[in-house]
Design a protein around this ligand. Structure first.
Ligand SMILES: [Zn+2]
Ligand SMILES: [Zn+2]
Length: 714
C-alpha cells in the first residue's frame, strides 16, 4: 500500500513539474521602449502616392527627421536619424517618425452607380498622419506657425483647442521637395464638422534652427527628402503575398461613416460593472494587488465548488491567473479608433464568477470586460477590400469599413472542464447558427460541414489584447486573406465597425509590433498564451522552427489546430500555418496563418449563455448570474460552504452526518487517500472503528449534489 502511494505521488509531481511556463506576450505599450535594430539607409519614395508610409528628412544632410515628441503627440520636432538607425533606436522612436500620406478624397471615392455614378477622384492634396495616431494630422499652431499635429475628426475633436489638418502638396521629387500647405481645415462647433479656414494662405514647411515652422515666404522653404518607411518597418501588404495571395486591387469605395449614436469611452458600461454585479465579486475588479488576491481566492472557491460537484477546472489555477495578468497589461497607445482614449487599458476588468444553474450544477466563468481594441495602430485604411457596410447592395455600390469604434464585451470563458468533442457534429450549433448553414441559406447550397465552416458566425474567442477572434473563414467560406480583407496585423472591422482578428499576423513580417512577437519566445519553454476560445480552450502562439525544443513542438496539431502534450496541462490550440489554394481565380497558392480554425474542439453543449459575450447579458435574467449579477438563491459562500456537518471529527469510532435543510436520502462512500473505496452506506452514522489511524474522505451524495469531507480517524 505504501509503495503504491509513493508511485502515485511521483506521478502527480511529474505532471506538475513538467508543465510549461504560463505567460503572455509583451504588450505594445512596453514594446515601445524595446530597442529597434536596423541598418537603414534612407531611399526616396518611388512616387508620392496615397497611403504610403514615409519618413521626412531634410534633403541636404539627410540626418534630421521629423518626429512626434516622446510624450506629447501634438508636438512635432526635428530629431537626428540616430533615433531610427542608431544603437539607441526604439520601436517608439521609429514609429513616432513614420507618417502616412492620406489623400483628402481617400474616404470619398465611390461609384454608387457601378460605373455611371458619382466618383470623386484623388486630388493630390494630402493629410500627413502619424502612423501611431491616424486621427491626428499635421497642422500649424495659430500663433507661432510651428508644425504640430491636431485631432482631425475623432469623437473628441469638439473638446480640443487646436483641431483639423493641413492639406499639403509636394513640390518637386521625393528626393528634394518642398512641402506646401495649401489649405487648412478646422473644427466648427456651430456646424459640428470640419470646415475650411478660408483665410489660410499657402505656406511652406521650413527648418528654422532646430524647429519646424510654416512660412509664407517661398524663399525660406526647406527642401525635404521623403523616404520610404517600408525600408525601416514593414507595414504594407504586397500583392501576391500570404495576406493578399490573389492580388486583389485596392477598392476605392467611399468609407462608411461612423454611426451618430456613439458615445465617449468614459460612458462605456465596461467602466460601470461594479454597479451591476454582486458586491461579492467587486473586489476582483481593476488591476490592483488586492484585485489579484481576490481573483486568486475566487479561483480557490471555484475549485472547491467544482470538486464538490465531481468536476474540475479545465486548466490549472496558475494558468488563469497568468492569462488574467497579461490581459490587464495592454494600454491604448494609438489614437486609431474613433472613440478610444489613450492610456486606458484595452481590457478593464477580469473576474471569476461561481454561479450554479437552477439544478445546483456549477458553471464558473472567467468574465472579461473588454473595450475590444488593439493597443497599437490598426492600419484599417490599407485594407484592399474591406467588408461592405451597405446591406443589400452590390459591393461596387457599397460603402466599406475603414473606421473602428469601441466594443462593449463581457466575454464569458468557461472555467469548468466540459470535455472535448470526438467528432465535429458532436457540438450542437443549431441554437447559434454556423458559417456553412448561413452561407447555404443565402446561396441555396448544401455545404459539407468541416472544421473551417462549422464555426460561429461572429466572434469565437478573444485575444489577450481584448480584441475578439473570428474564424479563419469569412461568410463567403473563404479565408479572409484570399479576399484581401484584413490588415498586416490580421485584423479588420466588419459592418458593426468593431475590430476582430481573422488571422495570425505574427507570421506576417516579424515587425515586432504584432499581437505576439518572436521576442516573446526568449527564455521560455512554450509559446505564449495569446487568447482563449469561447469553448474554454486556451490559444497559444505558433510553434517556431527556431524554438524547436519548446514543449509540444514535436506534437502535431489536429484539424481544430490543437494538441495535448501529455504533460497534464490538457488540450489547447496553437496559431499555425497551413498551405491553401485560392478558391477564386487566379487560385493562387498561399500559406494561411491561422489564429483559430473555426470549429470548437471543446464541448459547448452544456455551457449556459454560450456566445452571449456583450454587456447586454447584465440584463438577461436567465444568464446574468454567470457574469456576476445576484440571483435568487445566490450566495457564493452558501453554495461553496457545505450543507454537511459531521461530528465528532476527529473521531475514534463513529461519525454522524447531518444535512441542513435536506430531508431526502443520502448515500455515503468512504475512501482512503489513495482513492480506494472502503465502504458504501445509506446510514447517517458510519463506523470507522476498523480502520487505521489517518485521514479518510467521505463522499456524500444527496439530491443532485456530491460533496467531499475529510475525516480524521484517531
Ligand atoms: Zn470579419
Ligand atoms: Zn502546445
Amino acid at each position: 500500500m505504501k509503495k503504491i502511494f509513493l508511485i502515485f505521488l511521483v506521478f502527480i509531481s511529474c505532471n506538475i513539474f513538467s508543465q510549461f511556463d504560463f505567460y503572455g506576450p509583451e504588450p505594445f505599450n512596453d514594446i515601445f521602449n524595446d530597442s529597434f535594430s536596423s541598418s537603414w539607409t534612407p531611399s526616396s519614395l518611388t512616387s508620392i502616392e496615397n497611403r504610403k508610409y514615409i519618413v521626412i528628412l531634410d534633403a541636404v544632410s539627410q540626418s534630421n527627421i521629423v518626429s512626434l515628441n516622446t510624450t506629447n503627440k501634438e508636438l512635432v520636432e526635428l530629431i537626428t536619424i540616430s533615433n531610427i538607425n542608431g544603437n539607441t533606436a526604439t520601436y517608439g522612436s521609429v514609429l513616432r517618425s513614420v507618417f502616412q500620406i492620406v489623400d483628402e478624397n481617400t474616404h470619398f471615392e465611390n461609384d454608387p452607380g457601378g460605373g455611371s455614378g458619382t466618383y470623386t477622384p484623388l486630388s493630390g492634396n494630402y493629410k500627413l498622419n502619424p502612423v501611431l495616431h491616424s486621427y491626428y494630422s499635421i497642422n500649424s499652431y495659430p500663433l507661432t506657425n510651428a508644425l504640430n499635429t491636431t485631432d482631425n475628426g475623432s469623437y473628441y475633436v469638439s473638446q480640443q483647442t487646436n483641431t483639423g489638418y493641413l492639406l499639403v502638396e509636394f513640390v518637386g521629387l521625393s528626393a528634394s521637395t518642398q512641402i506646401k500647405a495649401v489649405e487648412q481645415w478646422e473644427y466648427s462647433s456651430s456646424l459640428d464638422t470640419l470646415v475650411e479656414n478660408t483665410s489660410w494662405v499657402s505656406k511652406f514647411l521650413t527648418i528654422n534652427g532646430t524647429s519646424l515652422e510654416w512660412t509664407s515666404n517661398v524663399s525660406n522653404a526647406t527642401n525635404f527628402f521623403i523616404a520610404d518607411a517600408s525600408d525601416v518597418i514593414d507595414l504594407e501588404i504586397q500583392n501576391g503575398t500570404d495576406f493578399n495571395p490573389n492580388n486583389v486591387t485596392y477598392k476605392s469605395n467611399a468609407t462608411a461613416s461612423i454611426p451618430s449614436n456613439i458615445s465617449a469611452m468614459s460612458n462605456s458600461p465596461i467602466f460601470n460593472i461594479s454597479n451591476n454585479i454582486d458586491p461579492y465579486y467587486v473586489d476582483q475588479l481593476g488591476n490592483s494587488t488586492s484585485a489579484t488576491t481576490a481573483a486568486s481566492s475566487a479561483l480557490d472557491e471555484i475549485e472547491i465548488t467544482l470538486s464538490d460537484n465531481g468536476s474540475s477546472l479545465r486548466y490549472p489555477k496558475a494558468f488563469y491567473l497568468a492569462l488574467r495578468e497579461n490581459m490587464l497589461s495592454h494600454e491604448i497607445s494609438s489614437s486609431d479608433i474613433y472613440n478610444a482614449e489613450l492610456g486606458n487599458r484595452t481590457i478593464e476588468d477580469i473576474y471569476f464568477t461561481n454561479a450554479s444553474d437552477d439544478n445546483g450544477v456549477p458553471h464558473p466563468f472567467m468574465v472579461i470586460g473588454s473595450h475590444c481594441l488593439a493597443a497599437r495602430p490598426n492600419l484599417l485604411l490599407d485594407v484592399n477590400r474591406p467588408p461592405g457596410a451597405t446591406p443589400g447592395v452590390g459591393y461596387a455600390q457599397s460603402e466599406v469599413t475603414r473606421h473602428g469604434k469601441l466594443g462593449q464585451f463581457l466575454a464569458k470563458i468557461p472555467l469548468k472542464d466540459y470535455g472535448l468533442v470526438s467528432t465535429l457534429l458532436d457540438n450542437d450549433l443549431s441554437p447559434f447558427g454556423d458559417l456553412a448553414s448561413a452561407y447555404d441559406a443565402i446561396h441555396g447550397s448544401s455545404t459539407v460541414k468541416d472544421e473551417f465552416n462549422y464555426a460561429g458566425t461572429a466572434s469565437i474567442g478573444m485575444a489577450v489584447d481584448g480584441v475578439t477572434i473570428y474564424p479563419s473563414y469569412n461568410n463567403n467560406l473563404r479565408h479572409t486573406v484570399e479576399d484581401a480583407e484584413i490588415t498586416s496585423s490580421g485584423i479588420h472591422v466588419g459592418g458593426g465597425l468593431e475590430l476582430h482578428y481573422h488571422a495570425d499576423a505574427h507570421a506576417f513580417n516579424g515587425n515586432g509590433i504584432n499581437l505576439y512577437n518572436i521576442s516573446d519566445y526568449n527564455s521560455n519553454d512554450h509559446p505564449p498564451v495569446i487568447g482563449i476560445s469561447y469553448d474554454g480552450i486556451a490559444l497559444f502562439g505558433k510553434h517556431e522552427n527556431s524554438f524547436s525544443s519548446m514543449a509540444g513542438s514535436q506534437v502535431s496539431l489536429d484539424e481544430y489546430g490543437g494538441h495535448d502534450h501529455g504533460d497534464g496541462f490538457g488540450y489547447h490550440y496553437h496559431a499555425h500555418t497551413q498551405s491553401a489554394i485560392g478558391i477564386t481565380p487566379p487560385n493562387n497558392p498561399f500559406n494561411q496563418h491561422i489564429l483559430l480554425v473555426g470549429a470548437w474542439k471543446g464541448n459547448i453543449n452544456d455551457i449556459p449563455g454560450f456566445l452571449e459575450v456583450k454587456t447586454s447579458q447584465l440584463n438577461n435574467n436567465t444568464i446574468n448570474r454567470y457574469v456576476g449579477v445576484s440571483y435568487l438563491g445566490m450566495g457564493m459562500k452558501s453554495e461553496t460552504n457545505s450543507k454537511i456537518s459531521i461530528h465528532p471529527n476527529p473521531t475514534n469510532k463513529n461519525i454522524t452526518i447531518s444535512l441542513n435543510n435536506f430531508s431526502g436520502n443520502i448515500k455515503t462512500e468512504v475512501y482512503d487517500l489513495i482513492g480506494n473505496k472502503l465502504k458504501i452506506s445509506n446510514e447517517t452514522t458510519i463506523s470507522l472503528r476498523d480502520y487505521a489511524r489517518g485521514i479518510y474522505i467521505l463522499k456524500v451524495i444527496y439530491g443532485e449534489r456530491v460533496e467531499e469531507v475529510k475525516v480524521f480517524k484517531q
